[in-house]
Write a protein that binds this ligand. Structure first.
Ligand code: S3P
Length: 167
């Protein structure tokens, strides 16, 4: 399929870049977290609290399967942990071009310092958790990506420019 899928760690800018890309390319934008919240009538945090991470990952898989049945040419922003399931990586490949927005831990900490509400960052030391998770996930994001864009220190225009040039 012909979609553009944005992957990357929490706070890398998937949603903000996705919205701008959708305006620029005049293509519809979908966000898997919002899709799951709408379908389940629960917030992501409520799903984690009530059913746990594995169940949330299964909902992400269902979501990708649904998107495979929809018209393509969409910009799809996915939750930061979605590519961690190998089944999901396979589905991402079928959906279209996978763009990894790569960010470093200090930038994530700075961007999320105002909002550490994400379920996986709960606990005593969210900054340590960010570093650990990012280290573990980075090679997986890279293996899932058709294109890698380093986003640290770049504004949205530069990021969009780079994505469009590399398409
Ligand atoms: C998660 C990232 C979140 C959301 C959920 C789990 C993760 O999405 O899907 O809290 O495992 O990294 P964002 O990357 O959009 O914050």
């Amino acid at each position: 399929m012909n979609n553009i899928i944005l992957i990357g760690f929490m706070g890398c800018g998937k949603t903000s870049v996705g919205i701008r890309l959708s305006y620029l390319l005049k293509q519809a934008m979908t966000d898997t977290d919002r899709m799951i919240e709408k379908l389940s009538s629960m917030t992501v945090s409520e799903i984690f609290d009530k059913y746990g991470e594995e169940e949330f990952r299964s909902l992400e898989t269902d979501c990708l399967r649904k998107l495979l049945q929809e018209p393509d040419n969409q910009i799809i922003s996915v939750g930061g942990g979605l590519p961690m399931r190998s089944e999901n990586r396979e589905l991402l490949k079928q959906l279209g071009k996978v763009v990894y927005l790569r960010v470093t831990a200090p930038t994530v900490c700075e961007r999320l310092s105002e909002d550490m509400s994400r379920p996986l960052l709960q606990g005593s030391n969210p900054e340590e958790k960010i570093r650990e998770l990012l280290e573990k996930r980075s090679p997986i994001y890279e293996s899932a990506a058709d294109m890698v864009i380093d986003v640290d220190g770049k504004d949205f225009d530069e990021i969009l420019d780079e994505i469009v040039k590399k398409m």
